[in-house]
Design a protein around this ligand. Sequence first.
Ligand SMILES: Nc1ncnc2c1ncn2[C@@H]1O[C@H](COP(=O)(O)OP(=O)(O)OP(=O)(O)O)[C@@H](O)[C@H]1O
Ligand SMILES: [Mg+2]
Length: 327
Amino acid sequence: MTPSLVEPVTADRLLPLNARQQLPPLVLMFGNNKGGTGKSLTVVQIAAALARAGFYVLVVDMDPQGNATRRLGIEQDPEEPIAGTPEVIAANTKGAGEGATYQCGWTVSDDDLTPSAEAKLIDVIPSRPDLINRETETGLPGAALRLKKALSGEWINKYDVVLIDSQPDLGHLVQLSIVAADQVVLVTDAMRDGVEAAFRVDDYVTNYGEDLGNPNVHVSGVVVNRWRRTSEGKFYVENWLKPRFGDRLWNLRKTELQEEIVDGKKQTKEEELQAAWIPEWARLSEADGAGVSLTRWTDARGRETLGIFDTIVERYLAPMLQERARA
Ligand SMILES: Nc1ncnc2c1ncn2[C@@H]1O[C@H](COP(=O)(O)OP(=O)(O)OP(=O)(O)O)[C@@H](O)[C@H]1O
Ligand SMILES: [Mg+2]
């Protein structure tokens, strides 16, 4: 493992936001009705990119698998688990989230165990497998409101953004997250099952948001992940995702005009610097596996991977946050 970049938080890269004026945070839930599309990866890497941009983030792990929890450097000891979403949901009280909030466990390096620059701006409400037991409460009056209640109160206003990771179904835990969210972001691959499952979540949010007591919740973004430039991938992006979601597809493409001499004549051509969609790159699963920040890798691929998620923040999330701060 290479040493950490230990980059300072680059708050100066973005316009002065100052969302930390006691505004309620923007609450985004990440979902898909298919497993393995990269919901947890996207939540973790967007949390990191938001932190690099100077935003204060709370990640709420609503998946009993606890993948986001572990990838953010918090290892649950089954013998002595720390409180997290299982307790927060069981509590059924306003502000219950505050007592189960921990700093992201990312460190500067394997030798220097002080919190990394990103970790200082990422807090986590961790999960555990027994979060699934909360499913039994689904029929109780007001059960769907429990996460929203837990994330209420003055304390939550110190965060700019809350990111909720979810499991790949449409059951009670996912409903709790939809009720607590301002907006939903879908994470899909560009293959039939993933795309259809993303459509199901979109339909679910549209059809049941009001019934769940959250009439304004809507799908505001769609992340295409595991991109491999295959004709199948292009087919599902062009014929399924673009017609349905249009501008809600988060397009990350970056290009540069290059000059070249062809037959003695100067010509300009567009060079792609970054693909529109998140590529399938081993570096991403490697970081997930190790439970460390992508900033630990200082090579060119490391900078490219960071750039993908920085683009999501710069193009889509920072403008949303600035808009809210102005409103
Ligand atoms: N773009 C990518 N490139 C390489 N590996 C990826 C990419 N996206 C996801 N992965 C890897 O694929 C696996 C599944 O991703 P992840 O766990 O984030 O998906 P998920 O949608 O959260 O799954 P689940 O539905 O089980 O919660 C993980 O090992 C992750 O590191
Ligand atoms: Mg997951």
